[in-house]
Design a protein around this ligand. Structure first.
Ligand code: TXA
Ligand code: MG
Length: 346
């Protein structure tokens, strides 16, 4: 294999630099560009260029059967790539641009490699201005998964992207930390209703302002059953897996704190704790994720803390089992998968 194919220079640029236009041109012309969004960083390719899209799978080590989302600079572009409907425009009016992806029947212009051969395509119009400016400047729809190596936590800073993809992609646009920190809500529109495939910042309750007919895909809270074909291919992959096994604690807070103290005393572990716990858990390797009742702060911090955990070289990781309601469901969904459904009740 020649050097050019395996290693290349990765340039990190800010949105206000003149090279931003160069990155947008490169994106249109088939190169990969990582960019900030309000959810997590994305790894973008021209969605109309099958070779460019293929290189996303290669750079991430992503399974070929996991479809990509198509990002547009404005809602008006959605109908060029997907068959829209009145329900889609109701969602768009309420939540776009914003952290939601809507799965719709695809149009022919979208290559098979984007949708992994499915007859549907996910469309997202991000709120982040740098993201929308990049897409508009490139002048093409942008296929983009999260800009991490497959199986690693999604990146919420340009440094995270650099850690995973340095030498594999030509450009990373640094827009600071992602505002929300968890990936977009993914929904599919079926039979006049909305099915949530992946919970995110746009909650099921928020969607109920549009129609009563909102349901959660059962796999979200129950996990996939043996042999079950997932409604969304991404559901079947082990995700956000920390190097050390993660267990999530459920029960009264005092009992959970006692459990943490016992583990700190007996094994080299790290604790994903609340900010308030720090003075109560002396001597332990602590990874505070935010205030106990501040779900937004926890969502913002969790992927960065999981990445830090990997660098500590501990043999176990413990944290709280999040609630399954509202915004906390998005956090629950990411953590329960990172923990491979390991829950300890105390
Ligand atoms: O917030 C986000 O959505 C970020 C930023 C970069 O926009 N992107 C992101 O993409 O998280 P990715 O590829 O990491 O996750 C997309 C998820 C996957 O689980 C995939 O299986 C699912 O959406 N998906 C995409 N297209 C689909 C389709 N046509 N049908 C069912 N599921 C689909
Ligand atoms: Mg991802």
């Amino acid at each position: 294999m020649n050097m050019k194919e395996t290693e290349r220079k990765t340039t990190v640029i800010r949105a206000d630099e003149s090279s931003f236009a160069e990155a947008a041109r490169a994106l249109r012309d088939g190169e990969l560009v990582a960019f900030p969004t309000e959810t997590v960083y994305g790894l973008g390719a021209n969605a109309l260029d099958p070779d460019a899209v293929r290189s996303i799978f290669k750079a991430k080590g992503r399974p070929q059967d996991n479809p990509l989302i198509v990002h547009v600079a404005s809602v008006e572009d959605a109908d060029k790539y997907a068959v829209t409907s009145p329900l889609f425009y109701e969602i768009a009016r309420a939540f776009m641009p914003g952290p939601i992806t809507v799965i719709l029947p695809r149009r022919e212009v979208i290559p098979d490699v984007v949708t992994a051969g499915l007859d549907s395509v996910g469309v997202r119009c991000p709120e982040n201005e740098t993201a929308r400016r990049l897409i508009a400047l490139a002048g093409v729809p942008v296929a983009a998964p999260s800009a991490n190596t497959s199986g690693r936590p999604s990146p919420t800073t340009a440094e995270h992207v650099y850690d995973d993809l340095c030498g594999k992609i030509p450009y990373i646009i640094d827009g600071g930390a992602s505002e929300f920190g968890l990936e977009s809500t993914v929904v599919k529109l079926e039979n006049d209703g909305i099915t949530v495939f992946r919970p995110g910042a746009v909650t099921a309750d928020a969607l109920r302002c549009i129609t009563e007919n909102v349901r959660l895909a059962p796999a979200l809270t129950e996990g996939l059953k043996a042999g079950e074909t997932p409604v969304s291919p991404g559901m079947k992959y082990r995700h956000y897996a920390p190097a050390a096994p993660l267990a999530l604690l459920s029960g009264e807070r005092e009992r959970i704190l006692a459990f943490f103290r016992e583990k700190i005393a007996s094994e080299p572990c790290a604790i994903l704790c609340y900010d308030e716990d720090v003075p109560l858990l002396s001597g332990g390797m602590l990874l505070p994720i935010g205030g106990r009742d501040d779900i937004s702060a926890q969502a913002h911090a969790i992927f960065a803390r999981l990445r830090e955990a990997d660098k500590l070289g501990v043999s176990a990781l413990y944290g709280y089992l999040p609630a399954k309601e509202g915004l906390a469901l998005a956090l629950y969904n990411r953590l329960i998968r990172a923990a491979e459904h390991t829950v300890i009740s105390v």
